[in-house]
Design a protein around this ligand. Sequence first.
Ligand SMILES: Nc1ncnc2c1ncn2[C@@H]1O[C@H](COP(=O)(O)OP(=O)(O)O)[C@@H](O)[C@H]1O
Ligand SMILES: [Mg+2]
Length: 305
Amino acid sequence: MQHNTFIGGYGGSSPRQTEPNEVFRSDTGAGEPGSRGIELSGITKRFRTPDGNAFTALRDMNLTVEPGQFCAVVGPTGCGKSTALTLVAGLDRPSAGTLRVGGTPVNGIASGTSFMFQTDALLPWKTVLANVAMGPLFHGVPKKEAHAKAREWLRVVGLSGFEGHHPHQLSGGMRKRVSLAAALINEPSILLMDEPFGALDVQTKAIMSNELLTLWDQTRPSVMFVTHDLEEAIALADRVAVITAGPGTVKAVYDVDLPRPRGAVQEIRFEPRFLELHQQIWDSLREEVERAYARTTSIPEGEGS
Ligand SMILES: Nc1ncnc2c1ncn2[C@@H]1O[C@H](COP(=O)(O)OP(=O)(O)O)[C@@H](O)[C@H]1O
Ligand SMILES: [Mg+2]
């Protein structure tokens, strides 16, 4: 377990930075490739409940994602994982604490940040090509160029030939690929993922995980990947942060010292080091899962006999 201090890194400062593949080189100005770290320091988030009380979703959360690092965040349902990601995305503000991306305080949605959620954020009335081209178009890239880039990204994610389809004409896995292309076309330096493959069947999830790792390896954005699936977290990440049952705070951070490239996620989970890490992290996570579960099944005071 190790908490690193934050290094505000820019450009090629990450030791893991690799030469970008031709496809990933930006000439659009639509996002700044390169590495930026994420730093949550003493983050507390309170919500107002319908009865007017304050509900604390996150309490004093500290987490650092180094530039170019892949950090998985695991914790029981309702512990505040999505809330934390929403704050990093700049979609909401913390009630207390400091939040920095690339050394700069987060103040609204920053350029260079892409998201991927569990539900596909695709527009059903637009074609696959139009969905993927939206990012560059939004950033002022001329339509012809944006479409050419979208075609290239669809090729990268294995969807050449489906440009004219609409999202409902695709399988769940294919829609995820479109979402991935739509997120990566902006060449983000920060990639925020909230259980992106949670709704997929096991095999498709494994395929998507492998594809994500391959693509991430070529540009190395800093990733915050929220999941409740510990196997997925270990297979993908450099570090795994365990969040406590709500109010969420970081209980422990584990370095995943499995070599990269990881190879197929379906196979790495049988390696001795993987099993060791799984055991160690699960010991920590299990307590929180049990605590969260006990709360949902406990009989509120005054209601038992
Ligand atoms: N906008 C909101 N208003 C009130 N409560 C919220 C809001 N968003 C989340 N919560 C509460 O905060 C807690 C953490 O939610 P969330 O971050 O979605 O958990 P997770 O993603 O870990 O399952 C939950 O109890 C949830 O009900
Ligand atoms: Mg969530």
